[in-house]
Design a protein around this ligand. Structure first.
Ligand SMILES: [Zn+2]
Length: 256
């Protein structure tokens, strides 16, 4: 019995590495170091690529001219390329009426279905033009509404790397892979994803990340492995809603 429980916990504990704000303009120095680290430990992260970055803050970072070729190289290594917004520009503010009740700047939530659909369509078209296949999405600043989900599904996307929960789950015909903490943290149970912003990291943050990888490399899983862990049973639904209630009030750090 005990060994069964132990095996269950082992099978259902893991972390997916998600890097945010991947665009032509970014901290390429730390990206290169991360790439070497992932190769060394055979890690396949998810990269949240912004198809048409117009975010002034992000545009201040160094530009890589052969960016899309680089994305294809990553994709060919088996890394998952996710679409992260369209332009990454917030042109609405949510009053915590977005799906996850985060509030704050939004590129999607609060916009009409037409506007959201056109942004998603245009973003996907860029990837298509660059011959990169996309199956998953996450919005800048975690802000979604029901129209975001309809727009995504209309465009053939039904996977989102965001949400509250201990396990990936399905809701509104969308698969959600939970993202709980700003810090890179492995829980003793459950399957989560990180959100890493290399642009805001100093060398010491990278050094801590390297230590984390060294210590937990056997717990780092791929996007495909995560999808296989979707669990909608009553117990997880209950835990997820409880977790949502707790974290909604505790989430102090506002992220992009
Ligand atoms: Zn972002």
């Amino acid at each position: 019995m005990l060994s069964k429980i132990k095996n269950y916990i082992t099978d259902n504990t893991g972390i997916l590495i998600r890097l945010d704000d991947i665009a032509e303009n970014m901290n390429w120095d730390l990206m290169k170091k991360s790439e070497l680290l992932f190769e060394k430990y055979e890690i396949k992260p998810v990269l949240g690529v912004i198809p048409k970055n117009k975010d002034n803050e992000l545009l201040s970072y160094p530009k890589k001219d052969d960016f899309w070729e680089q994305v294809r190289v990553w994709k060919n290594k088996g890394w998952e390329i996710a679409m992260h917004g369209y332009t990454h520009v917030y042109d609405k503010t949510c009053q915590k009426d977005d799906y996850f009740n985060y509030g704050g700047g939004s590129e999607f939530s609060g916009h009409s279905l037409e506007v959201q659909t056109s942004r998603i369509k245009n973003g996907l078209k860029k990837f298509d033009d660059e011959k990169i296949k996309i199956r998953t999405f996450f919005a800048p600043n975690h802000t979604y509404d029901k129209n975001t989900f309809i727009a995504l599904k209309n465009c053939g996307i039904n996977e989102i790397i965001d949400g509250y929960g201990f396990m990936p789950y399905q809701e509104n015909d969308i698969k959600f892979i939970p993202q709980l903490f700003y810090k890179v943290l492995l829980l003793p149970f459950g399957i989560q994803t990180t959100q890493i912003h290399l642009n805001y990291w100093a060398q010491k943050d990278f050094d801590n990340f390297e230590k984390f990888i060294q210590k937990n490399s056997n717990k780092i899983i791929t996007y495909d492995q995560v999808l296989k862990k979707i669990n909608n049973n009553f117990f997880y639904k209950f835990i997820n809603s409880l977790l949502k209630k707790i974290l909604k009030f505790k989430r102090i750090v506002k992220n992009k």
